[in-house]
Design a binder for this molecule. Sequence first.
Ligand code: TMP
Ligand code: ASP
Length: 238
Amino acid sequence: MKKIELLYEGKGKRLYKSDNEDLLISEFKDDLTAFNAQKKGNEKGKGALNCQISTKLFKLLEQHGIKTHLVETISDNEQLVKKVNIIPLEVVIRNIATGSLTKRLGIKDGTILPFSLVEFYYKDDDLGDPLVNDEHCLLLDLINENELEELKRLGREINNILKPFFYKRDLKLVDFKIEFGKDKDGNILLSDEISPDSCRFWDAKTNEKMDKDRFRQGLGEVKVAYEEILKRINMENN
Ligand code: TMP
Ligand code: ASP
């Protein structure tokens, strides 16, 4: 499978046309950004780690019946994926309060939430990806009511699969962001990636941060943490 033409370059990945019109090549970059790209960095090998982590997690979710855009990995940092139209919403699922939730609502950092909270953020860099409610999504014509319910259901189901998977590997899945796309037949597929760039993982014993917060907060040892996440995901511990 050959890269024919660069279609889109995002903060974390490049998307290329392939020689099959229904499939694209997704290349994971080593770049790291935070705060809407106001903070920039680079960690050699980070792209390959995220590609491997995301591939493992998407395969796990497929085994549990979640439809995803993943076809196969074609190199250390490249996946062959189904072409989809991305729904411009970041779906965030939270189990423990931290990050923007604590700032917005004054909930104490580390509070275990009484239920998994699902939030939507409108993907628009110029607006700084604002939090939106159901009616905002309908108003902006981003999605219809049935699809909104479907995204919430899928978000919770994915959380119900991933949370125990990580807990068995001594990691708390604090929160994570996922994105969905629609294929040419209108099927909703989990797309983008699930990696330490888009999740928060805390070590279950020490609460040490093992995700992109290490970069956001300047804690160092970013790659070491990502390597540890891959190692734990690869543990046979089902
Ligand atoms: P937040 O607490 O900053 O709103 O982040 C919630 C989750 O979403 C966290 O796991 C990090 C992830 N996330 C992204 O993947 N991309 C983003 O642009 C932001 C702001 C958060
Ligand atoms: N991905 C976002 C950015 O660079 C923000 C973040 O993950 O904190 O801008």
